[in-house]
Design a protein around this ligand. Structure first.
Ligand code: BJW
Ligand code: ZN
Length: 248
């Protein structure tokens, strides 16, 4: 893959690097995306599954959807895209991965410098008192119950809900400092995550997109690579590593 000189030069000198990922990075691990041909929102309405109102109306349906996805995520393996990002964090003094994914695959690939913007499917919390549960309790009831009697919900961020404040603050700060910003496998339609590359671009970052399809962020990116993440990322990371040795 030919990478332009301007990108290589930025990559060879950058101190601050940020990566935003979306469902597309886990597609090659066999997990469905949201939008697009085989995406969840092809057959389901987001408002029936990914809102607090949906859970209030039919907690069992929502819980079972997440239960199924939890099982799929546990069966899945991190792919070369996840693994390359875990390597990338070692190349730069300041690095942050902000993922919109809830599947836990980045952590399993070894990423440490990361935040989860939309929570994590493997944790739960009480819908009534907000008590956090670091895992999914073994309970015969669907959904399981909190010690207060309330229903447990997955610890994810649904439409209309605020993202965890500390997480968003950290991501916003990293975006405004980034010199190089990767947008990988996201349609860039969901806010506020989709604003992070714009914040970075406004502060002078070089923005590079990796996505086999055009996205709503394509237009603002300095470079768009029409590849699958698992195909492109290992070679991009290797090239950046060499460029840093040589210090172009
Ligand atoms: C590949 C590939 C391969 C395929 N390699 N690529 C401003 C304007 C308009 C609306 C809003 C606004 N601000 C807020 C809103 C409302 C709303 C919103 O953004 N709506 C828009 C959709 C219109 N946002 C919110 O409600 C957010 N909350 C909020 O703003 O709160 C404000 C508030 C403040 C104070 C008090 C209270 C509230 C919350 C958003 C939460 C999103 N939640 C979900 C579910 C999470 C849990 C779960 O997983 O079930 O997050 S929805 C879903 O979309 C999920 C994803 O993280 C998110 C983004 O999707 P993503 O990752 O981009 O996936 P896809 O499928 O869209 O794209 C996949 C891409 O991969 C495609 O481009 C493919 O081509 C590509 N691809 N294979 C690389 N191999
Ligand atoms: Zn409770």
């Amino acid at each position: 893959m030919e990478l332009p000189q301007e990108f290589l030069k930025t990559a060879s000198r950058a101190r601050y690097v940020m990566v935003l990922t979306g469902a597309g990075i886990s597609a090659e691990s066999g997990l469905a995306t949201f939008r697009g041909q085989d995406g969840w929102w092809r057959n389901y309405h987001p408002q029936d599954l990914a809102t607090p109102q949906a859970f209030y109306k039919d907690p069992r349906l929502v819980w079972e959807w997440y239960q199924w996805r939890r099982e799929q995520a546990l069966k899945a393996q991190p792919n070369p895209g996840h693994l390359a990002i875990a390597v990338m964090e070692k190349l730069f003094p300041e690095f942050l991965l902000a993922t919109q994914n809830v599947d836990g695959l980045h952590q399993r690939a070894g990423s440490l410098k990361m935040v989860e913007l939309h929570g994590n499917i493997h944790r739960s919390r009480c819908f009534r008192c907000q008590k956090p549960y670091p895992s999914i309790p073994n309970d015969n009831q669907i959904p399981p119950r909190c010690s207060c009697g309330g229903l447990l919900r997955p610890d994810v961020v649904w439409f209309g809900e605020e993202l965890p404040r500390d997480v968003l603050k950290q991501a916003w700060e990293a975006a405004s400092q980034a010199q190089l910003f990767f947008v990988i496998g996201t349609s860039g339609l969901v806010q506020p995550a989709a604003s992070l590359p714009l914040v970075a671009r406004r502060s002078g970052a070089f923005v590079i997109e990796v996505n086999p399809e055009e996205s709503s962020l394509t237009e603002m990116a300095d470079l768009s690579l029409r590849y699958k993440a698992g195909e492109a990322m290992p070679s991009i990371v290797r090239t950046m590593e060499k460029a840093r040795w040589r210090k172009l």
